[in-house]
Ligand binder design. Structure first.
Ligand SMILES: Cc1cc2nc3c(=O)[nH]c(=O)nc-3n(C[C@H](O)[C@H](O)[C@H](O)COP(=O)(O)OP(=O)(O)OC[C@H]3O[C@@H](n4cnc5c(N)ncnc54)[C@H](O)[C@@H]3O)c2cc1C
Ligand SMILES: NC(=O)c1ccc[n+]([C@@H]2O[C@H](COP(=O)([O-])OP(=O)(O)OC[C@H]3O[C@@H](n4cnc5c(N)ncnc54)[C@H](OP(=O)(O)O)[C@@H]3O)[C@@H](O)[C@H]2O)c1
Length: 518
């Protein structure tokens, strides 16, 4: 246990309810670990029921580390590749953001590997990074990782094995590849018009550690989750004035595990005739007097931000949230065109200079490239995110872009689906009869598009967690050869039975081949 969340008698006396919940939460996680966490690999060579298979894992963020831990835990061999040096790459984006960053969602929805054990509901950047490094060490991935090795090419040879960076001699051949490059690459820092005029400092929202804004007027550009974090940083640092300059309205929902779970339970993964209910409830009970910044578009079309304090800070006058366009930067602020609700970007409004001494660019991150993958994985109309289960390019069931293709969602990035996707890949690798053909993969994509044809955004541009689970179950049910794998793929248990069946099927097929040859 670490830091402020340590159990102690005095903490219990001070906060009996919170400490009891925390204690129960830790016990609950231990039960999950006991049931679902695969055993770490032995120190020697990996021996198991499966035919020996090797998987390349690209990226050492939580997705890569979790995927690799699942692979070795189930007896597969892995090699991890990370573009950045260890201190910036291990832990992925969580190694490169502010120490004040923390989870927006409850950590029960961010147990990115079954062996993770949080002792707080909303862990900070350091606690999350520590959990990632712990899993990496626990599953003996240290010897299987190379840092400062960007992957720029992933190609299949004639036998279907994968060659990494065109260097078979150095890295050998791989049966499968997991591309876990994430969606947050380098900071995106667009140049603002006439930015050179500004006489104060300009920082990106991910680089606020050690920056002093006490007593200063702070301008925050952008209206996403990072803008909210930057606002919280400025409030805590004692900034004199805080203005958030946002060019579009985004949904903000309470930081409450029940609200988040209920919204994620929309199995259709799109706006439905019932969507007005949560939207109206949020307007009435959460936004209340702040209707001006409440979005009018559908809730089930973009990733909402989860925060419960922001509106209070606005109500208390600690910060202002302004909608409009940046016209130019002046030496002491920004000439801003404030637009009324509903007026589109670039539309008419009222121009004024919003004073500022520091600018924080909460303008997001560049998306890491997936172009190391084969060219035909990007062919229209089956380019990412329109892939099989959103992560397997049609015709490449041995290539899984785990957590690297999503655009918008109500759910979580770091949860059990990482293991499920990994085990789909492992099933496809060891059981030829479970593998989808290119045609079946495309049919599933077309079918999902058809089911979501009424959605105001593209079928794969938004999904919910319940929809994801429905995809998993559906894809297992439609192929009887996958039924035996269901407990393994969905829960990571019971791998011996399907492994034995596959062995027998293989022996049967070999016998048939022999007879055919004679
Ligand atoms: C401040 C912050 C808070 C967040 N909070 C939440 C939250 O509350 N809930 C939530 O669900 N999500 C949250 N996210 C989103 C977050 O991106 C994911 O939850 C998660 O950390 C992504 O992990 P990942 O491993 O998929 O990607 P990353 O952590 O980005 O790791 C990818 C790794 O791949 C490496 N890489 C990329 N390209 C290559 C290449 N070609 N070759 C080799 N290596 C490569 C990168 O260097 C990187 O280390 C947050 C993001 C930020 C920035
Ligand atoms: N604690 C947390 O959970 C947390 C914290 C931070 C980040 N994150 C995650 O990290 C990811 C990135 O979030 P983010 O907030 O950094 O980025 P983001 O969601 O991409 O938001 C960037 C914001 O900047 C605006 N913007 C971009 N370029 C601009 C420009 N040139 N001029 C004016 N405005 C501009 C965008 O406006 P438009 O939308 O109009 O383009 C948007 O409002 C998300 O997945 C998010 O959930 C999570």
């Amino acid at each position: 246990m670490s830091g402020s969340s340590q159990f102690s008698l005095s903490a219990f006396v001070r906060q009996p309810l919170l400490q009891t919940f925390t204690f129960l939460y830790v016990i609950f996680q231990n039960i999950l670990i006991w049931i679902f966490a695969p055993s770490p690999p032995p120190s020697g060579p990996i021996v198991n029921d499966f035919p020996r298979k090797r998987v390349a894992v690209i990226g050492t963020g939580l997705t890569g580390v979790s995927s690799a831990a699942h692979c070795v835990g189930h007896g597969f061999d892995v090699q991890m590749f990370e573009a950045r040096p260890k201190n910036k790459g291990l832990g992925g984006i969580w190694s490169r953001v502010n120490s004040t960053s923390s989870l927006q969602i409850h950590s029960i929805m961010y147990r990115f590997h079954p062996s993770v054990n949080y002792d707080t509901a909303y862990p900070t950047q350091q606690e999350i990074r520590d959990q990632i490094v712990d899993v990496w060490k626990r599953y003996k991935l240290e010897d299987r990782t190379v840092f400062e090795t960007p992957i720029n090419s992933v190609k299949q040879n004639k036998t279907g094995k994968w060659i990494i960076n065109n260097d078979e001699d150095k890295w050998g051949l791989f049966d499968g590849v997991i591309a876990s490059v994430g969606v947050c690459g380098d900071p995106k820092q667009p140049s603002l018009p006439d930015q050179g005029n500004f006489k104060g400092n300009v920082y990106h929202s991910s680089e606020l550690d050690g920056k002093r804004v006490k007593g200063k007027k702070v301008l925050i550009i952008g209206g996403g989750a990072s803008a909210i974090e930057a606002l919280e940083f400025a409030v805590k640092s004692g900034a004199a004035e805080i203005d958030v300059l946002s060019r579009s309205d985004k949904w903000i929902i309470p930081r409450n595990v029940w609200v988040q779970s209920l919204l994620a339970m929309n199995i259709f993964g799109q706006e439905t005739f019932l969507s007005w209910i949560p939207e109206r409830l949020l307007h009435k009970f959460f936004y209340r007097d702040l209707q001006d910044i409440a979005p009018s578009g559908g809730l089930f079309t973009q990733t909402p931000m989860a925060n419960s304090e922001l509106f209070d800070q606005i109500r208390e006058g600690k910060a202002r949230w302004l909608r409009g366009d940046i016209l130019s930067v002046k030496e002491d602020g920004i000439l801003f065109n404030s637009r009324s609700k509903g007026v589109p970007t670039g539309g008419p409004g009222r121009e004024s200079v919003v004073q500022g001494e520091v600018i924080i660019m909460a303008t997001g991150f560049k998306r890491p490239s997936l172009s190391f993958m084969p060219e035909d994985a990007f062919e229209d109309p089956y380019g990412p995110p329109s892939w099989y289960l959103q992560v397997f390019p049609p015709n490449y069931p041995s290539l899984c872009a785990n957590n690297s293709t999503y655009v918008n969602a109500i759910g979580t990035v770091g949860n059990m689906h990482i293991g499920i996707y990994t085990r789909f890949l492992l099933m496809f690798l060891v059981d030829p009869l479970s593998r989808p053909t290119e045609g079946r993969m495309k049919t599933w994509i077309d079918f999902t598009r058809f089911m979501k044809r009424l959605s105001p955004v593209g079928a794969f541009d938004f999904f919910t967690y319940a929809e994801l689970v429905y995809w998993f179950v559906f894809v297992i049910l439609v192929n009887p050869f996958r039924w035996k794998w269901a407990p393994f793929v969905l829960f990571g248990i019971g791998r011996s039975l399907p492994a034995q069946v596959v062995k027998q099927e293989e022996a049967f097929r070999n016998e048939l081949r022999k007879q055919h040859a004679n």
